[in-house]
Design a binder for this molecule. Sequence first.
Ligand code: 5GP
Length: 208
Amino acid sequence: MINQGNIFIISAPSGVGKSSLIKYFLKKEKKINITKSISYTTRKIRSKEKNKLDYYFISKQKFKCMIKKNKFLEYAKVFNNYYGTSLKKIKKILIKGKDILLDIDWQGSKQIKKIFPFSKSIFLLPPSKKELLNRLYYRNQDKRSVILKRMKNFFNDMIHYLEYDYLIINDNFKNSISDLQSIVYSEKLLTQYQNIRYKKLINNLLKK
Ligand code: 5GP
C-alpha cells in the first residue's frame, strides 16, 4: 500500500475522556491534515450521536456479512457489540497522503500494528480509579449496569498498556492535548516522512 501519511491509534479504558480529547484535538489541528477514521458498529446509536459522523451504525447481520466479504482492516467485539475499521476507507485516506487517527480498542490496535508496524499507538489512562468512576457516572449516557460492566472491563483494558508506544495520563485536559500534539508533531517530522513530503525541495538542494 502506498503510504505517505502516518497512522495514529488511540485507545483507552471506557470513561477516560478519549472522545473529548480527540474531538478537541481534531478541531484545533485542522492544518495538519489528519482524518479520524469512522468505524462501523452494531451498537445502538446514543442520543447525541449522528450516523455516518460518529459511526456507521449497522445491524449485526450486515456486520457479519462485511466480515465474510473481508471488508474490515480489523474488527473486534467490545461490550457485546462489534466494531470495525473499513479497509477501503483507510486505503483511500492513506493513498491521499493524509494522516489517520484510529479510535479503537487494544484488540484493534494489535491487529493494526501487525499490518502497519510504522503506526504509532497511544494509550490514555485516568489519574485515579475514583476519578474514572466519577467520569463514568457524570457521562450518564449508559445504564448503571453498563457502567459497572465498564468498570470491570477497565482491568482487562489496563493490562494492555505496555503494548502501546505512548502513554498519556489524562489528568489535566490541556496537558493531555499538548502531549498528543507533541506525539503527532514529532512523528510528522521524522526523516522518512519529511523525505517524501519535501522530495522536490530535497532533490533541488542536493543538486550541485
Ligand atoms: P463506544 O461504544 O464507547 O463508542 O466504544 C467502545 C470501544 O470500542 C472504545 O474503546 C472504542 O475505541 C472501540 N472502537 C470503536 N471503533 C472501533 C473499531 O473500529 N475497532 C475496534 N477494534 N474498536 C473500536
